[in-house]
Design a protein around this ligand. Structure first.
Ligand SMILES: Nc1ncnc2c1ncn2[C@@H]1O[C@H](COP(=O)(O)OP(=O)(O)OP(=O)(O)O)[C@@H](O)[C@H]1O
Length: 581
């Protein structure tokens, strides 16, 4: 039952919860074992007090005392070892598991999730929050619960010894914890504020670094640095506030705890004067108060830390509980036609971005999506690869409704070249091999050659082995696109989506690559988005999108012969070709 509670409350695995419980058990034993030296002091004091007060003279046997001390040290060491094993080992294993689970869950989420989510926030949850939680599980939770358990056990002994002094010693404990619980809301709010400010500042710093060229070219650096420094001061203030909020509850709780010693002294003195207890009993309670309160004082701080971590646990649990994309991975396709049937779609439940879209991109044909900017072309291509599911209507591949298929398995059928190419800080060879992980070096190089990469690769210091920096910073836009096209050539999937795939290329390179692409697309389903009419000159079918609706579709010759939007666009581009500056 406790194990289930931990699993739910802290988002641990079953094994992690069980180990945490064992860790708490050994922490309690360790705390109690710290009382053994107290008992030895008490025994020594008893012998001395007896002598000083003229009682029976008992000669303390030094050998037995040394032996007892060694046994006590051995017991403390054994408990500490066990506690360390269960608490620390499992904390880090659990933290690793948590990161892997979060990563696994993210991997299975629809790609649409990442378009609408702050990526800095996700990274912070996986890296920073997990690190902070490590401290909570290695220190706060076991120490707090361990000290509460040991306190309960010690309390029984105290009550049996003298119930009046036990009440004087322990009445402060619930009061101190109640005070901290009352301040929980403040601690939680303070923690939330700090986290929100950290994310804001992280976003601003990232944005500043990413757009440094634009900031410099428009002389906006001072303004931007001013914004970051103001966000940094906000963090400073919210951190101080959060610490103050947490500290106020903890400090008041600690003060209350220490009132217990005062009440033991007052009541103990009264009972001694009235000969109701011995000095020995009184001294035992005074010594015990130090051993009882010290772990509890730490416990108060740990409880405040757990309150502060609540929002981080909630954030991690939120990601873990997100509905992962379902779908069958056992299906067979009847060819590779991509079909849109009365598809409508919106990103934010507010306004339809696509309305009643119906067309078929046939296998063995090139279907070009054209139209004014913002018309919905990229959105159509994303629905075709199930980055999103339609709000109504059906998108199918080879007769299978995409929303019923497993995305990962489905994407094996797609080669996609986006306008914004993402490259990794790795060699050119490995960046192209992303297209097909098991490709040999020769296959990778052949794909690179077809995509006209050799022209720039041979000018790089280490050729194909040149590491191209974070997101390929060493390469130009056109070179990056060629790498992305090489990936697609290497993957050689049955459906090819080209979204402005050659927009950064000059005419000569585009013509060469189109020659390579024409090899790639033979007998495949190709959906191509391009603004340059030259790029879609050989398309079999044109779908014209404007304002999220299909305004025309058909063979290019038919549309050119008409008087619709496509004809106007072609005329406009022909006209712009004659412009002179
Ligand atoms: N992730 C998103 N969240 C919300 N709205 C979006 C998102 N992506 C695109 N949109 C909106 O959807 C509409 C269609 O955008 P889309 O990118 O599909 O058009 P497009 O025809 O490809 O444009 P362009 O030719 O400029 O690339 C636009 O109004 C755009 O603002």
């Amino acid at each position: 039952m406790l194990s289930e509670f931990f699993t739910k409350r802290f988002g641990l695995t079953k094994e992690g919860s069980d180990n945490l419980i064992k860790g708490i058990f050994y922490t309690a034993l360790l705390n109690i074992s710290f009382m053994f030296p107290v008992s030895l002091y008490a025994l020594l004091i008893y012998l001395w007090v007896e002598q000083l007060t003229g009682g029976e003279i008992i000669d303390p046997n030094l050998g037995i005392f040394i032996l007892l001390i060694l046994i006590v040290l051995g017991i403390i060491f054994a408990f500490a070892w066990k506690q360390y094993h269960f608490v620390f080992n499992t904390t880090y294993v659990e933290s690793g598991n948590r990161r892997i689970n979060l990563g696994e869950n993210l991997r299975k989420l629809p790609l649409s999730f990442f378009e609408n989510r702050d990526l800095a926030d996700l990274t912070a949850t996986i890296m920073n929050d997990c690190t902070d939680l490590e401290h909570v599980f290695s220190h706060a939770v076991p120490q707090l619960l361990g000290s509460i358990i040991s306190l309960c056990i010690v309390s029984v002994g105290m009550f049996l010894f003298d119930w009046r002094l036990a009440i004087a010693l322990l009445w402060v404990v619930p009061v101190a914890f109640i005070i901290l619980f009352i301040s929980k809301r403040l601690i939680y709010t303070g923690g939330n504020r700090v986290m929100a400010d950290l994310l804001n500042c992280g976003d601003a710093v990232q944005e500043c670094i990413e757009s440094i060229e634009d900031l410099k070219s428009y002389n906006c650096e001072d303004e931007y640095y001013g914004k970051i420094s103001s966000l940094t001061s906000t963090i400073e203030k919210s951190r101080i506030n959060a610490e103050l909020m947490a500290a106020s509850g903890v400090i008041v709780g600690k003060v209350v705890l220490n009132l217990g010693i005062v009440s033991v002294i007052i009541l103990g003195s009264y009972l001694i004067i009235n000969s109701q207890i011995s000095i020995f009993t009184f001294l035992i309670f005074l010594i015990a108060s130090a051993s009882v309160y010290s772990p509890l004082e730490n416990g108060l701080m740990f409880l405040a830390e757990i309150f502060m971590m609540d929002n981080k646990i909630t954030r991690a649990q939120e990601i873990e509980s997100l509905v992962v994309e379902g779908g069958s991975d056992d299906y067979s396709l009847d060819g590779y036609d991509v079909e849109f049937e009365n598809v409508s779609f919106n990103y934010d439940d507010l306004k339809d971005v696509l309305t009643d879209i119906s067309f078929t991109a046939k296998q063995g044909e090139v279907t070009a999506l054209v139209g004014p900017s913002g018309g919905g072309k990229s959105t159509v291509s994303k629905l075709a690869a199930r980055f999103w599911d339609p709000v109504s209507g059906i998108v199918s591949l080879g007769g299978q409704d995409l929303s019923k298929l497993d995305s990962e398995k489905l994407l094996e059928n797609f080669s996609i070249v986006f306008q914004d190419v993402i490259l990794f800080n790795n060699s050119i060879l490995e960046n192209i091999r992303v297209g097909r992980k098991d490709a040999t070096d020769e296959e990778v190089i052949e794909a690179a050659r077809l995509a006209e990469c050799e022209e720039f690769v041979f000018k790089l210091p280490n050729g194909y082995d040149t590491v191209i920096g974070e997101n390929g910073e060493l390469l130009s836009g056109g070179q990056r696109q060629r790498i992305s096209i090489a990936r697609a050539l290497l993957k050689d999937a049955n459906v090819i989506l080209l979204d402005e795939a050659t927009s950064f290329l000059d005419v000569e390179n585009e013509s060469k690559i189109q020659k390579a692409l024409s090899e790639l697309i033979k007998n495949k389903t190709v959906i191509i988005i391009a603004h340059r009419m030259r790029t879609i000159a050989n398309a079999n079918k044109i779908v014209v999108l404007d304002g999220g609706k299909i305004v025309e579709q058909g063979k290019p010759e038919k549309l050119i012969a008409g008087d619709g939007l496509f004809k106007k666009m072609v005329d406009l581009q022909n006209l712009s070709g004659e412009w002179q500056i």
